[in-house]
Design a binder for this molecule. Structure first.
Ligand SMILES: NC(=O)c1ccc[n+]([C@@H]2O[C@H](COP(=O)([O-])OP(=O)(O)OC[C@H]3O[C@@H](n4cnc5c(N)ncnc54)[C@H](O)[C@@H]3O)[C@@H](O)[C@H]2O)c1
Length: 275
């Protein structure tokens, strides 16, 4: 059963203090939802609460900020409890908390890989487990998991990020099958580069990987809400022609797609070396 109307819905958004999470919170609030923002960055979280309210001053929904580290199961349980206390239900959970750094596999440490998996994948898992009891008793609920086009491709220098986003994709697929018929659904989002603080911090990688952000957080937020209303399971947003092409090739010929990604990466390295 798709969530058609956000008016009066309770939505939890992790990573709600920035980028895609914050844009999704603003858009939901403007459509009448109560929004519960969760983020590890408390300072930005407090600013985000104000931004959400100011975005739609005439709306009267509740806006809560709950400082949360999504890798900590107990904190995520407390977050979902607070969300449920807001109005007695949890209708939508958007897991946008994430980190996105990379590096050559030879230098990518065990700690970095663990941390990437913990935030990007275990964070999603923790939110799911913590929100499910409420959703099961209501017999409805919707999860939106932020994967990435890196959850469908193998990106050089982003092996840890790619692994964590493939994990989110596999988890989504299993969950949809397991929750079939319960009234609880999952939309998985696979955006190409989006203009947010996450990629703005990675100037060197942007050159090496030829990163061009063609999506804004607001566009992604609009697309997410539409996909939820339509009950879509796969929301792939790839306006970059090169990424769209490799995604297409990947469907039929994974070897060919990996070859193209590798060649493109080598060419970018050569260009930088020559400069
Ligand atoms: N920006 C892109 O190009 C892009 C593309 C595809 C997918 N994504 C995914 O979208 C999601 C949102 O990314 P964004 O671009 O908006 O990034 P962002 O950096 O703007 O926002 C991410 C937020 O997550 C929070 N966060 C990090 N670790 C956390 C933790 N342990 N617990 C709670 N919060 C934590 C950060 O404080 C930040 O506010 C991420 O999962 C990212 O991988 C981003």
């Amino acid at each position: 059963m798709a969530l058609k109307d956000f008016n009066g819905a309770v939505a939890v958004i992790t990573g709600g203090a920035s980028g895609i999470g914050l844009a999704t919170a603003r858009t939901l609030y403007a459509q009448g939802a109560h929004v519960v923002l969760a983020d590890i960055n408390n300072e930005r979280l407090q600013q985000a609460i104000e931004q959400v309210r100011q975005h739609a001053p005439s709306m009267t929904g509740k806006v809560l900020g709950v400082p949360t580290d999504v890798t900590q199961e107990a904190q995520v349980q407390a977050l979902m409890q607070q969300a449920q206390n807001t109005d007695g239900h949890i209708d939508l959970v958007v897991t946008s908390a994430g980190v996105g750094h990379g590096g050559p596999i030879d230098l990518f440490t065990n700690e970095e890989m663990q941390s990437m998996m913990n935030i990007n994948f275990m964070g999603t898992y923790n939110c799911t487990r913590a929100a499910l009891p409420a959703m099961r008793s209501q017999q409805h609920g919707h999860f939106v998991f932020l994967s990435s086009v890196a959850g469908k491709l193998g990106s050089p220098l982003l092996s840890g990020y790619t692994a964590s986003k493939w994990a989110v994709r596999g988890f989504s697929s299993a969950l949809r099958a397991e929750l079939y018929g319960t009234g609880i659904d999952v939309t998985t989002v696979y955006p190409a580069w989006v203009d947010t603080p996450m990629i703005q911090q990675e100037q060197e990688a942007m050159q090496l990987l030829n990163i061009v952000a063609m999506l804004t957080p607001d566009q992604v937020a609009q697309e997410i809400l539409q996909a939820v209303q339509e009950g879509r399971h796969d929301l792939t947003l790839a306006p970059n022609p090169d990424i769209a092409l490799v995604l297409q090739i990947m469907k039929d010929d994974q070897d060919k797609a990996e070859e193209l990604l590798g060649q493109n990466f080598q060419q970018n390295v050569q260009k930088l070396v020559q400069h």
